[in-house]
Design a binder for this molecule. Structure first.
Ligand code: CAA
Length: 366
């Protein structure tokens, strides 16, 4: 039922906005509608105004939305997995009550601020500093590539209280958008995902009350990694949606396009490409949904999430590349959506840990 509902919502409500989002429009209006349908808090318990559904349901929603708009997919994934969940899992009861219901209802949008100019894959090298002053922390530094940045109401910010302590100095904070000293910087012009915002942030003597520290001092790195484990399943589902959409377009085109007096799918050169694309999509689907079900059962899924992300995002890139190839010259134009899938797919192999980092995570379990 949820899949059908989200699919209809995506086709009827999201699809008309895709072109505007391609031109840079941020889909506030759609997010409001998603909030009223309960999509902004699918796996959040009802006691915090979420939909109280399981993790697999949340993955179904990202998968279906991403078939129509990968930008909506990432906005939802970042908002839920790494924008809301850290407060739900590591917050005090007061913090949960103050923030989670508004996030789950979609009144607030969440963002996750870990990456910095010189701390991307090497997340523990972050330089943003926090020091205590009375009952506040003063935070100085800057963040890069922040999805939902500028649009979000709540930012999970990672800073170090002592660089010498490495990961054990990293501390997480809940920062609201009106906090003095939070400066929204340059918006990145990206290859794809043009409907999602990606900005730089600066913290200029940003004062955050101690009551907004998330978890203990030094617990921030664990909070970041634990939530990225979950976030990566969301990105894998987003990639799966992109791959399926590209495949379906390519299949239709291959059946309808005639060259040399026959449809191009009647050439094995094209049919075999489609056979490989579908096989890989089905394999990715099994990995993504198996991981989602393990997570639903409460199993720790660090390795499985990385495997799902690694495989599904490579599938999205390869399938969308082949889709452009099947469309030929038309695939390189903006008259067909395959060039968008191709551009949107690329970043799934990069954010929430590059696919090289996913291999590091998987290797650690061997
Ligand atoms: N869950 C809980 N704790 C974890 C953990 C996990 N999955 N992984 C690591 N930790 C803890 C460890 O237990 C360890 O603590 P102890 O010292 O007490 O044992 C500590 O964190 C350090 O762990 P490691 O020594 O394993 O860390 P490492 O430095 O060897 O490896 C890394 C870390 C995997 C490379 C990590 O830096 C990483 O994931 N890098 C990629 C960063 C990333 O994914 N960024 C994404 C940005 S967000 C984003 O992209 C959102 C968006 O816009 C879409």
């Amino acid at each position: 039922m949820l899949r059908k509902m989200v699919r209809e919502f995506a086709e009827q409500e999201v699809a008309p906005f895709v072109e505007k989002m391609e031109q840079g429009m941020f889909p506030r209006e759609l997010l409001k509608k998603m909030g009223s349908l309960g999509l902004m808090g699918i796996p959040i318990p009802t006691e915090y105004d979420g939909s109280g559904m399981d993790f697999t349901s949340y993955i179904i929603a990202i998968h279906e939305l991403s078939k129509v708009s990968a930008a909506i997919g990432v906005i939802l994934s970042v908002h839920t997995s790494v924008g809301t969940n850290p407060i739900l899992y590591f917050g005090t009861e007061e913090q949960k009550k103050a923030f989670v219901p508004k996030l789950a209802r979609g009144e607030y949008l969440g963002a996750f601020c870990l990456t910095e100019a010189s701390a991307g894959s090497d997340a523990e090298a972050l330089k943003t500093k926090a020091y205590k002053e009375g009952t506040d922390y003063i935070i100085n530094g800057s963040k890069l590539f922040i999805t939902n940045g500028g649009e979000a109401d709540v930012y999970i910010v990672f800073a170090t209280i002592d660089e010498k302590l490495k990961t054990k100095g990293i501390t997480a904070f809940i920062v609201t958008k009106d906090t003095p000293g939070l400066v929204i910087g340059k918006e990145e012009k990206k290859m794809g995902l043009n409907g999602s915002r990606t900005v730089q942030l600066t913290f200029d003597d940003m004062r955050v009350p101690e009551t907004h520290r998330l978890g203990k001092e030094g617990e921030g790195f664990t909070i970041a990694m634990a939530n990225l484990d979950v976030g990566r399943i969301g990105i894998a589902a987003q990639a799966l949606g992109i791959a399926e959409a590209a495949y379906e377009q390519a299949l239709q085109y291959a059946k309808n396009r005639h060259q040399f007096g026959k449809s191009i799918i009647s050439n094995q050169g094209i049919a075999f490409k489609l056979a490989d694309m579908l096989t890989r999509i089905e394999a990715a689907k099994l990995l993504v949904y198996r991981t989602a079900q393990l997570r639903t059962k409460g199993v720790k899924v660090g390795k499985e999430a990385s495997m799902a992300k690694l495989f599904a995002t490579k599938t999205a890139m390869d399938v969308s590349t082949e889709a452009v190839q099947i469309f030929g010259g038309y695939g390189y134009t903006k008259d067909y959506p395959v060039e968008r899938y191709f551009r949107d797919a690329k970043v799934t192999e990069i954010y929430e840990g590059t696919n090289e980092i996913q291999r590091i995570v998987i290797s650690k379990y061997l």
